[in-house]
Design a binder for this molecule. Sequence first.
Ligand SMILES: Nc1ncnc2c1ncn2[C@@H]1O[C@H](COP(=O)(O)OP(=O)(O)OP(=O)(O)O)[C@@H](O)[C@H]1O
Length: 293
Amino acid sequence: MIIETDQLTREFKRRGKPKLVAVDHLDIRVEPGETVGYIGANGAGKSTTIKMLTGILVPTSGSVRTCGLDPLKQRRELARRVGVVFGQRSQLWWDLPTAESFTILGAIHHLGRTELTARRDELVEQLELGEFLSTPVRQLSLGQRMRAEVAAALLHSPQLIILDEPTIGLDVLSKQRLRDFLVAERRRHGTTLLLTTHDMGDIERLCERVLVVDHGRLAYDGSLAGLSRTVGAQRVLVVDLADGTRQRIPFDAEKVTAATVLAQASERAEVRDLSIEEPDIEDVVRRIYSAAR
Ligand SMILES: Nc1ncnc2c1ncn2[C@@H]1O[C@H](COP(=O)(O)OP(=O)(O)OP(=O)(O)O)[C@@H](O)[C@H]1O
């Protein structure tokens, strides 16, 4: 198991208010090689979870193991097995050329010269970093920098890569390149991917499995296709009536069957034709994200 949490909980004390339960008895299991989207509204508890997975934050109760290790007691060993990319934060040295950041990271991770060279060359080729390897990071475009960030996080060939909003702010082409790379990297090396994103394209393109967190609790764990069913998306019964008009009747498939809705509609007017519109998964995800805390 690459990620295993058992009743993982993190509370924050608040002055003059009841304590906030940011992560609430969370049970997550992720197997090697899986690609999992971790999604939820702002403040749902995503970052807090990631911080506990990587040993930055101490759980209030429950347990967590990442790559089979205790993230708090074995943080250093864990750093060798995990790569983390934050879309909004850099782990590169701004004044140094990308190539030098790689050399420093190679030393930090104790990579041998041949190992480092082989891996760096692979990443430079796959992420097309060649043309700006000697440019200081501060001069890179956002798309170039993100590719460099991903290379930096993957230089030591981690088993698990955690990406927090990796495509935020990128143009369409850069997003696509990054997604293609991640798909290929996973295929080549069997890397496990956990990512948070607001971008439907990332989820569709990358994630076989989606975890939805809501107020610190796991609200859904399954395929993207099944998400709308569980999160209770509305379907729409579209009926063409004998008088030539068309009616759209939204209904909650969890609570009522299409047949019942149709029966009610035909009591009012003669129905000539009908169809059912399935929920748009993008709407479902948008709703999950807009659910204010
Ligand atoms: N260090 C902290 N002290 C107090 N409260 C915190 C702290 N860190 C997070 N929180 C609170 O815990 C809750 C969960 O925050 P978290 O950052 O995990 O959410 P998130 O799902 O990552 O949100 P976003 O999508 O906005 O990044 C929020 O209500 C947040 O305000």
